[in-house]
Design a protein around this ligand. Sequence first.
Ligand code: PMM
Length: 269
Amino acid sequence: MTLVMGVVNVTPDSFSDGGEWFEPQAAIEHGQQLLDDGADILDVGGESTRPGAERPSTEEELRRVLPVVRGLATAGARVSIDTMRAEVARQAIDAGASLVNDVSGGQADDRMADLVAQSGVPFVVMHWRGHSADMQRRAVYADVVQDVCRELTGRVEDLVAAGARREQLILDPGFGFAKLPEHNWALLAHLDSLSVLGLPVLVGTSRKTFLGRLGRGPDQAPRPPLQRDAATVATSLLAIQAGVWGVRVHDVAGTVDALRVFRAVEEAT
Ligand code: PMM
């Protein structure tokens, strides 16, 4: 059954919840709320990846995430660390994280492959074409589904060549990362093409801009992120139906309800 990964952003500037849980105690309480709502995994991140975002230093990223990872892991949560830096991943694992979620799939830090190989923890390999500052310039595809599958396959091969085990790897098409709305819709429509690569798939559409554009003309501003949860529940349900391993969401309660609907229908068929 699909796992629900709840987002715990410890950032001043994430696009949907920046600043809300920036103090460690507030972030820990938010994580605990997501667990109460039914999250299976908490994804703690200290770097905003919204388009155009500036990167924090390694020290600042560590300062943000470590107390939160430690606090939530100590309370018994399964914690994932959302980072592109091997040093942050290493210290987060020492603090209790048991999964590494790297939106660059190991490309942003050439020490990440070694960390994956040595730690043995599950590693999310997301489709990524470059840092957020200018990633939307790279949203050029011949066939987005084939191109994403091919590029992810290349990453898997590189990671395995560097000593990672295939069984550690989870694939993510990277919704919103170097993708235009039509690319995101095509990927959502063809999650089965990603599944045939034979590895678990994680889907993160939560509150992303392409959902804010639904029902809006090209000259209208997108709906604000906090008004995108209903659309996120719909996309997550489609991903659940496609049999993905996990969905990464801000609104855990709504997603868990959607999962319950899916289960009830399955049991009734
Ligand atoms: N999206 C964001 C951050 N981390 N990780 C994975 N694996 N997949 C995603 O789609 C993803 C991610 C950006 O969203 P946020 O700023 O709301 O966390």
